[in-house]
Design a protein around this ligand. Structure first.
Ligand code: TXA
Ligand code: MG
Length: 344
């Protein structure tokens, strides 16, 4: 198969319409969102959805998020709409929040991997919304990466991974947020299954107390039940070993310097993900600036792209932790997984 690439700015009308048709006819379309690029299939067509699992090498028990162009399209996908979902949609949609609730009968088994709930979100991205409107069906879409690889935040990342496997790629430039959406379950007490840019603190101002699933910052224990199947698989893992240095940034930098020097003396290729605040601590060593510690969104926007860039070039990537609050929680959830929970 030849993958078609459309520039969403210069080929706007054409790209969205063509991609919508391909999707309705059972094809796979990669499209930009504000979080990461998605790999979409017709969410009403179980056979089309199966192709996503094949393309990604995704375990078949990991359910998908349905993407919609409007709130009214979302309502039809659940068995009913609880008050909390209504107010969350009014407050945060379009935006990086996926809401999990009891599914309607219409949704095929393949989308939810047999669960009786379904995750739905309306992305905050012009190209995504244009494409979703043209598709005229809910679009089932995981991140457009082979399972286990960092999620793609540019069309080039998608092309690197899925050229010849996906029918169409819509190029909408780099993703603004850079980490996947918050997944919030409203089936039972509100619980964050995966943290994202709509933070726990933001959700609580609107619907009151929100719990955090246990697996967010720690590995699952053997035999532990899991509410979000995605949490149990190895994630975002580059070839390099990622190590996370926590605590005060200055002390973290000291530990990183020491370990860096030992490892490079040993012949290992190392790189440090520094911040604008700490770069001067690393003089003479190889580092890449991942962001500004006073603006955690910059860390989030760059993490996956930097893991892709250095994941194959380095043996060891040293990284600084962020405080696990607000956006820092989402960042640490992804970073710790990339590190296989290895801290230093
Ligand atoms: O930002 C995003 O959410 C991106 C873009 C493309 O929209 N999509 C994305 O999809 O990250 P994916 O498949 O990579 O991650 C979906 C996560 C998985 O951890 C999955 O287990 C969980 O959501 N999930 C989906 N449906 C669920 C359900 N019914 N119950 C519990 N967890 C669910
Ligand atoms: Mg994913």
């Amino acid at each position: 198969m030849k993958t078609e690439l459309f520039n969403a700015t210069t080929q706007k009308e054409n790209g969205a319409r063509h991609a919508g048709r391909i999707l309705r006819e059972g094809g796979l379309v990669a499209f930009p969102t504000e979080t990461v690029y998605g790999l979409g299939a017709n969410g009403f067509d179980g056979e089309a959805v199966k192709k996503i699992f094949e393309a990604k090498g995704r375990p078949s028990d990991n359910p998908l998020i349905l993407h919609v162009a409007s709130k009214s399209d979302a309502r039809k996908l659940w068995s009913s709409v609880p008050d909390k979902a209504r107010v969350l949609m009014d407050t945060f949609w379009p935006g990086p929040l996926s809401i999990v609730y009891e599914k309607s009968e219409r949704i095929p088994y393949e989308v939810t991997a047999g669960l009786d709930t379904v995750a739905v979100r309306m992305p905050d991205h012009k190209t995504a919304l244009a494409f979703l409107r043209e598709a005229q069906v809910p679009v089932a879409a995981p991140s457009a990466n082979p399972s286990g690889r960092p999620s793609p935040t540019t069309a080039k990342h998608v092309l690197d991974d899925l050229n010849g496997i996906v029918d169409v790629i819509l190029d909408g430039g780099p993703c603004r947020v850079g980490l996947e959406s918050t997944v919030l379950s409203l089936a039972g007490a509100p619980t964050i299954l995966r943290p994202g840019a709509i933070t726990r603190e933001m959700l609580e101002t609107v619907i009151g107390p929100v719990a955090l699933a246990k697996s967010i910052l720690s590995p699952l224990q053997e035999g532990e039940a899991v509410r979000s199947p995605g949490m149990k698989y190895k994630h975002y893992a580059p070839d390099a070993q990622v190590l996370v240095a926590g605590g005060d940034p200055k002390e973290a930098a000291q530990r990183i310097r020491r370990a860096y020097d030992l490892e490079t003396a040993d012949g290992k290729v190392c790189v440090i993900f520094a911040s604008t605040q700490t770069q001067t601590f690393y003089g003479g060593r190889r580092y890449a600036i991942i962001g500004d510690r006073t603006a955690p969104e910059t860390f989030c926007a760059n993490l996956f792209a930097k893991l892709r860039e250095y994941g194959a070039k380095a043996d060891i990537i040293f990284t600084e932790a962020l405080p696990e609050q607000e956006l820092g929680l989402a960042y640490m959830n992804r970073l710790l997984r990339a590190a296989g929970f290895k801290t230093m």
